[in-house]
Design a protein around this ligand. Structure first.
Ligand SMILES: [Fe+2]
Ligand SMILES: [Fe+2]
Length: 167
């Protein structure tokens, strides 16, 4: 692929991905404000942006089989754990940005667990098999991730059990 086309598609993928995420978050806000049709409009258009992101990523050859995708996912999480979030967290600390310090800390702590989960899964997936997996519990405040029952309090942010969403 021509370099410029590749760069354009990468930018388009990043933009569509961000639009998808923003619209999902905006949908939650509309829902909480008691505006279900605006919430649904945001959710629907978020899905369209996801379709666009999916198409761009496929053209960029960024989607593999599950074993390959786990390697890709692990690579992203590892970068975030080893380089990105420690540096961002430190920058926020130095600049006295308390909220940014907290949000980057929350992400860093969860990414460590995500990396461990992907690492545990990839060997099994490489053999062409699915994994054993209990309920996955996500803290809606900080993203802390646990398998099995939700803890009584989140070990990262201190949120109560009811803040966990089960997958
Ligand atoms: Fe993650
Ligand atoms: Fe939490």
């Amino acid at each position: 692929m021509h370099k410029m086309t590749q760069e354009n598609l990468r930018n388009a993928f990043a933009g569509e991905s961000q639009a998808h995420m923003k619209y999902m978050i905006f949908s939650d806000v509309a829902q909480k404000e008691g505006k279900p049709n605006i919430a649904r409009m945001f959710t629907a258009i978020a899905y369209a942006e996801r379709v666009h992101a999916n198409n761009h990523l496929k053209v960029l050859s960024g989607v593999g089989d599950t074993a390959g995708n786990l390697e890709t996912a692990l690579g992203g999480e590892t970068f975030e754990i080893d380089e990105m979030y420690p540096v961002y967290n430190n920058d926020a600390k130095i600049q006295g940005e308390k909220e940014a310090e907290k949000s980057t800390y929350y992400a860093l702590e969860a990414e460590k667990i995500h990396a461990a989960m992907y690492t545990a899964a990839k060997g099994t997936a490489a053999q062409g098999k699915d994994i054993q997996l209990g309920d996955v519990q996500i803290c809606s405040v900080c993203g802390y991730t646990a398998e099995g029952d939700a803890p009584d309090t989140c070990p990262v942010c201190g949120a109560k059990k009811q803040a966990f969403r089960k997958f």
